[in-house]
Design a protein around this ligand. Sequence first.
Ligand SMILES: NC(=O)CC[C@H](N)C(=O)O
Length: 388
Amino acid sequence: MAEPDISRVPQPEGATGVLVLANGEVAWGRGFGAAGAAVGEVCFHTAMTGYQEIMTDPSFAGQIITFTFPHIGNVGANPDDVEADDPHALGMIVREDPTAPSNFRAMENLDGWMKRHTRIGLAGIDTRALTRRIRTGGAPNGVVAHSPDGTFDLPALLAMARGWPGLEGMDLARQVTRETHGTWEGGIWRLGFGYGAGEGGARPHVVAIDYGSKHNIFRNLVQAGAKVSVVPAEATFDQIMALAPDGIFLSNGPGDPAATGEYAVPVIRQLLDTGKPLFGICLGHQLLGLAVGAKTTKMFQGHRGANHPVKRLSDGAVEITSMNHGFAVERESLPANARETHVSLFDGSNAGLELTDRPAFSVQYHPEASPGPQDSFYLFERFVGALR
Ligand SMILES: NC(=O)CC[C@H](N)C(=O)O
């Protein structure tokens, strides 16, 4: 059957934004934020709060986020609720047009913030239908485009969506990591106080490898009593050891862990051999898995939300967690010296592991929340406690 001609798809009056999926599906809406077009994987996120944290999480590089919560933008934007200096998600797709902010912490509206950071917004989309489509068909590649005067070249946008290679096999950590090593200052945020300082005195030293890290991880490490240094994704074993770490942290980050693993895994193996405690989150969890010989695979639709239940196998407790991942460690591929510690109660996928012969553990979810529940803060305390 001949493919329908996309140039004939009718454009409704007043449409200033559009989503074009690689299979030729088109959804019209109203653009906001920056004008232009961005191509990436279209995923969905179910958190009801925290859109600024989500947009700035570097793990979202290469992705366009559909928010299932219909009212996005109603608390505006502020300089505090960010997980990196700039947004990393390419764009956002929402149901309702963002309204003027109503919140005492708002410093600007979402539209202005998106514009200032050159990110594209698309409102007026049936996000329930789009989410169902992703749930049944997997996360598609697509383009979001915003043209204030309503001119769109649909065949060109379709070609852009089709020309994008997809996240599988893509290393993005190198693009979002920092360039030089530095120290991290600042603990967790409290109303009326802002970001506090860490406790003084002799604190164990954590060297964190930044594959695309969220700031709140470092704030939580500081809160748990650590002194934190951060090194770029491609830091060598010698560069890391020169900082005299008491423990090593592997950060979250975007892209395919197997691709990032090509340079990350040899360093992690050397670090494991030192016998120093090691803790990994999300991409860091996947990289630890790869380092001990496990495999990672691309998930069908991934997990992105702030209420994902996870079972802790040691005592059967359930943690409500924040999640954002599209790849997973294959349980069956875990070697004899790695034990599964946590399991997703949504689909039974692996959500944590620990080594039985070295002091290393990691989780697929985000104990730093931001946004999300704080059930899993104990992991930071366990790690920093092991360094004392
Ligand atoms: N948040 C993360 O670290 C994501 C890890 C990896 N990029 C994935 O999508 O699975």
